[in-house]
Design a protein around this ligand. Structure first.
Ligand code: QAP
Ligand code: CO
Length: 170
């Protein structure tokens, strides 16, 4: 397995719209395995293919404490159920070191395919609902910082740009 490079905000590649998966082949299985390795290595709970510069509708997630519950969502569709909103403190492997409170629908239904192309449907609340909406946003070129004020977003951008410059210099 290979650890992939995670794109970081404000990399414009994070704005790419992902395409649906059409072939459930070995190449897709390798991408999924590499995404899990990359996510676990970075201590993340969710990762979208966009974040590793693969512009396909693939999301990996593991919300368990002990990395025992890997979940894969291919070509996911999210439908809001009910009208309850909930605020949750979100982070992102593409926006390292920053966490902010974001308001989203509390309950959703997810229709997706598994890694073998089999359809499934689940109702999600709590962290799963937050995480799938966050990762779906990535597939649509959107980041959690887009929900913040321009002032907050630009502060985060400036700090990350400076950090990237330092990384390059060292
Ligand atoms: C998305 O994010 C998410 O800043 C997944 O230094 C997060 O895995 C959805 C991470 C929270 C809902 C709630 C972030 C790791 C991981 C960091 C992540 C960091 C190290 C973020
Ligand atoms: Co993210």
């Amino acid at each position: 397995m290979t650890r992939l490079t995670i794109l970081e905000y404000p990399d414009p590649k994070l704005r790419t719209i992902a395409k649906p998966v059409t072939e459930f082949n070995d190449k897709l299985q390798t991408l999924i395995d590499d995404m899990f390795e990359t996510m676990y290595d970075a201590h993340g709970i969710g990762l979208a293919a966009t974040q590793v510069d693969h512009h396909l509708q693939v999301i990996v997630m593991d919300l368990s404490e002990d990395k025992s519950q890997p979940q894969v969502f291919i070509n996911p569709e999210v439908t809001v159920v009910g009208d309850t909103q909930k605020v949750y403190e979100e982070g992102c492997l593409s926006v390292p070191g920053f966490h902010e409170k974001i308001d989203r629908p509390a309950d959703v239904r997810i229709d997706a395919k598994d890694r073998n192309g089999k359809d499934f449907s689940i109702e999600a609340d709590q962290l799963l609902a937050v995480c799938i909406q966050h990762e779906m946003d990535h597939l649509n070129g959107k980041l959690f910082v887009d929900y913040l004020s321009a002032l907050k977003r630009n502060r985060i951008k400036d700090k990350l740009v400076k950090a990237h410059r330092k990384q390059k210099a060292s």
